[in-house]
Ligand binder design. Structure first.
Ligand code: 2PG
Ligand code: MG
Length: 430
């Protein structure tokens, strides 16, 4: 089935931080239409596609009217007349219009919204939900990784680590996994409430990190898992996005929350203690994007028992995955469509990661909207894990709830196994 692109329309809409972002709607000659919205990161890898923002003083310089005008004046004329189902051709037109890896000409916000809108329109033309359009043979739902406590750039740097998350390990369905996480979220909320005033939530809906040391958050999370009735490390494991690029400078890792500086080896010793003391099953960006030695050392030290996830280090780039695999610098790729700028390039990164034997995590951004593309991509691409923030706030629950619906359409399927690159973590105290 084919249909031809008749119009590509951009518009300014709003994200979960109250910032403007780009929505693109694609219309076909046959009367179909679909749309997608660009998400936006706060902690960003220096090599990822960058959003085109207007600058100046209005809206803090974050307006996207220039990016939208690129959609109308550059992208639309080049795409009108193309078969909307020819995703890779359309994405290569976008690549030709802006060959820079960081999408400086068109803006990653313009390219990703366009590329995703084209994909959604193609699935509408095929009269299929997006996940099934991508893969009619889907047999599992990715295992969720869900934020319980925010931090870092998502919580005004109240603590240094960015995401204190959990991965349900013994749950076998998305429905059960979300129940387990909701129990942990609630219990950790009670622990915070017992300590003092409740200060709300961080950018991705996790509890505000009202703690003075990073370890305190780890302690609260572990206690919360246990108080909720789960075996920490067996039923529910901890997953951290360290986002270390955010607090490394000139080879020194600085924990502001604790007012302490660490050389690389000392920093790795801190991680070693956390791995020993807490039921951690995954660590994202344990070292800075500028510290390949640190990434390799972390993978060598912890890679047999935890996912070592490359986000800023990999930036959804297939070539970087090949290099990092040859270097043993990670064992899992975080895949974010707006880091790459197109669906095709992100899919290539996802395929490359599985080809080199890594696990994959398809991820949303900290600035999100009601757009649920990420849930469909994660299912359709066969990701091992899906990460979209916490289990609160509409822009997050939109994705989890979509996974529940997809599971129902599939007739109830198992969650993907927790990736086999990992042995089970040591139980707490073990
Ligand atoms: C990350 C993401 C999502 P941001 O670092 O993995 O948590 O954050 O979108 O701010 O880069
Ligand atoms: Mg990250």
């Amino acid at each position: 089935m084919t249909d031809t692109i008749a119009e590509v329309r951009g518009r300014r809409v709003w994200d979960s931080r109250g910032r403007p972002t780009v929505e693109v709607e694609v219309f076909t000659a046959g009367g179909m239409r679909a749309r997608a919205i660009a998400p936006a990161g706060a902690s960003r890898g220096s090599a990822e596609a960058s959003d085109l923002r207007d600058g100046g003083s209005r809206l803090g310089g974050l307006d996207v009217l220039t990016a939208i005008s690129r959609v109308h004046t550059v992208i639309a004329p080049a795409l009108v007349g193309h078969d909307v189902c020819a995703q890779s051709t359309i994405d290569s037109v976008l690549d030709q219009l802006d060959p820079t890896p960081t999408r400086e000409v068109l803006g990653g916000n313009a390219t990703v919204a366009t590329s995703l809108a084209v994909l959604h329109t193609a699935s509408a033309v095929a009269k299929q939900p997006l996940w099934r359009y991508l893969n009619p043979e889907v047999r599992t739902i990715p295992r969720p990784e869900i934020q319980i406590i925010g931090g870092g750039a998502h919580a005004a740097r109240r603590v240094d680590l960015q995401d204190f998350m959990v991965i349900p390990l013994s749950a076998t369905s998305i429905a059960d996994a979300l129940v387990h996480v909701a129990e942990v979220y609630r219990t950790v909320g009670e622990l915070f409430a017992a300590r003092g005033p409740v200060l709300g939530v961080a950018d991705e809906g996790g509890h505000w990190p009202a703690v003075s040391r990073n370890e305190e958050a780890l302690e609260l999370l572990t206690t919360g898992i246990e108080r909720a009735g789960f075996r920490a490390g067996t039923d529910v494991g901890i997953s951290l996005d360290i986002a270390a690029s955010e607090f490394e400078k000139d080879g020194t890792y600085r924990l502001s929350a604790e007012d302490r500086d660490f050389a690389r080896d000392e920093w790795l010793a801190v991680l070693h203690n956390w791995m020993r003391d807490y039921p951690i099953v995954a660590i994202e960006d344990p070292a800075s994007e500028h510290d390949p030695i640190g990434m390799r050392a972390a993978t060598a030290a912890f890679g047999a028992r935890a996912l070592i996830v490359g986000d800023d280090y990999i930036v959804t780039n297939p070539d970087r995955i090949t290099e990092a695999a040859a270097d043993s610098a990670c064992n899992t790729a975080l895949i974010k469509v707006n880091q790459a700028g197109t669906v095709t390039r992100s899919w290539q990164a996802h395929e490359r990661a599985h080809a080199v034997g890594w696990a994959t995590i398809v991820s949303a951004r900290s600035g999100e909207t009601e757009d649920v593309s990420v849930a469909h991509l994660a299912v359709g691409w066969g990701a091992d894990i899906v990460k979209v923030g916490s289990i609160t706030r509409g822009e997050r629950t939109a994705k989890w709830n979509e996974l529940i619906r997809i599971d129902e359409e599939l007739g109830g399927v198992p969650l993907a196994e927790f990736p086999h690159t990992c042995a089970a973590p040591a139980p707490r105290g073990g």
